[in-house]
Design a protein around this ligand. Structure first.
Ligand SMILES: Cc1ncc(COP(=O)(O)O)c(C=O)c1O
Length: 417
């Protein structure tokens, strides 16, 4: 496995070692978390397809506990943009771990946190930031900031949008709302209104925050019509609401530009980033303009918003290395070029949504296809409200040869070879 190789399968998929770990996991983990599809598959009378258990990864390759090598077309939920176990990122983590693995959040900061906020301000054009650990943290920091800046409780969010599953983020998430929200509805408040993504923008009475993904990820790799983000900007300006772009999935070159909103030249008041930020460490950020961030006022000794691991030094050091790698290796341009090439190849197989290396192929039975592809050594997931697309969000370092491999398999599976 050199990061750029094709699949190499040695056992049935999943192999015996993966099955063993999944059996142990099932005894100890909350049953709603890791899918045990074997049980469901048995009930349905179809082939067993429990997950594989990851052991090691490099570049665009993942090796499971049975020694099978796969090509990862998910980048691990969009995290490994700079490649799994990127050597520059690992070196930064190791150096930081041997020096200072943890500082004291709001009480006693460290230089890496300062450097990371400076680097993010430079890249986003937004002056101030709040660091967090997960994407949901960044979304909740943005919602709190917008509440303070606007003085209004209302939030407008969009159908099919996904912003995370912790309570504040879940309140504004719409994706698969029957499954994710219904049991908790009584605890989610009634401050969020919904509008169709890419559709007519409703009056913003009482709304202090408009929260949107410039391209919906989990919602099915959906882009709004050209000019729609500009209309949102104008509506927010008129109503005095803060415009929040959730670029947790789309950020840092995923869609062929540094941030997806830049394609339309629209400036947000608040920008949420996470996932690929540190190339494999849980760190996120909500960046905001001076005008909105100043609504927090100065710290009076007790931080109004913090967490134990806020701006963790290892995560910050890794993020700095990942950002430098993206610049040095021109990964944003690579995402645009390789993405256009892949889109062209996939277009022969069905309609393709998305930009750069964030693509969705509209195909019959994407879940069935993803299972068949796993059996052939390629890791992909379906996306969309009805799982209607096969999603491609590979590491931006993936090679043309690796992409060609998955296209060839798809051609065979769809009978187009
Ligand atoms: C657009 C978007 N926002 C927010 C989140 C939530 O991030 P996390 O799972 O790190 O809390 C996700 C996760 O998939 C996402 O895609």
């Amino acid at each position: 496995m050199d990061g750029a190789s094709g699949p190499l399968l040695k056992t049935e998929i999943p192999g015996p070692a993966s099955r063993g770990w999944i059996d142990r996991l099932a005894l100890r983990e909350c049953p709603a978390i890791t899918s045990r599809r074997a049980r469901r598959a048995a009930a349905l009378g179809v082939a067993d397809d429990d997950p594989i258990v990851w052991d090691e990864a490099l570049g665009a390759n993942v090796q499971d506990v049975d020694g099978n090598v796969f090509v990862d077309l998910t980048a691990g939920f969009g995290v490994a943009s700079v490649g799994h176990r990127n050597p520059a990122v690992v070196a930064a983590a190791q150096a930081q771990l041997s020096r200072l693995p943890h500082a004291m959040g709001d009480a006693f900061p460290d230089p890496q946190r300062v450097r990371l906020l400076e680097a993010l301000a430079e890249r986003t054009g937004l002056d101030h930031g709040i660091l967090g650990s997960s994407g949901s943290d960044a979304v909740e920091a943005a919602l709190k900031t917008a509440r303070l800046a606007s003085g209004r409780d209302g939030v407008l969010a969009f159908e099919g949008g996904y912003h995370g599953l912790s309570y504040g983020a879940l309140a504004a998430s719409h994706y698969k709302h029957h499954d994710f929200r219904t049991p908790f509805l009584g605890q989610l408040g009634d401050h969020v209104r919904w509008a169709p993504f890419g559709g007519e923008i409703p009056a913003l009475d009482g709304v202090g925050a408009v929260l949107v993904e410039p391209i919906q990820g989990r919602g099915g790799v959906r882009s709004p019509p050209a000019g729609w983000l500009q209309k949102l900007r104008a509506a927010c300006d008129q109503a005095g609401a803060a415009l929040i772009f959730d670029e947790i999935y789309t950020g840092f070159g995923r869609t062929g530009v540094m941030f997806a909103h830049q394609r339309e030249g629209v400036r947000p008041d608040l920008l949420c980033v996470g996932k690929s930020l540190a190339g494999g460490f849980p760190i996120s950020a909500c960046m905001g303009s001076r005008a909105v961030m100043e609504a927090w006022g100065a710290s009076k000794g007790e931080a109004l918003h913090t967490q134990t691991f806020l701006g963790n030094p290892v995560g910050a050091a890794m993020a700095l290395a990942a950002l430098k790698f993206i610049d040095d290796e021109r990964l944003v341009e690579r995402s645009a070029t390789l993405g256009a090439w892949l889109k062209d190849r996939l277009s022969a197989l069905g309609r393709v949504r998305g930009e750069g290396l964030m693509l969705g192929l509209e195909a019959p039975d994407p879940l069935g296809l993803s299972r068949a592809l796993l059996q052939r050594g390629f890791i992909l997931l379906p996306a969309g409200l009805r799982g209607e697309v096969l999603a491609f969000t590979p590491p931006l370092v993936i090679t043309e040869g690796q992409l060609d491999g998955v296209v060839t398999q798809l051609q065979a599976l769809l009978g187009r070879s």
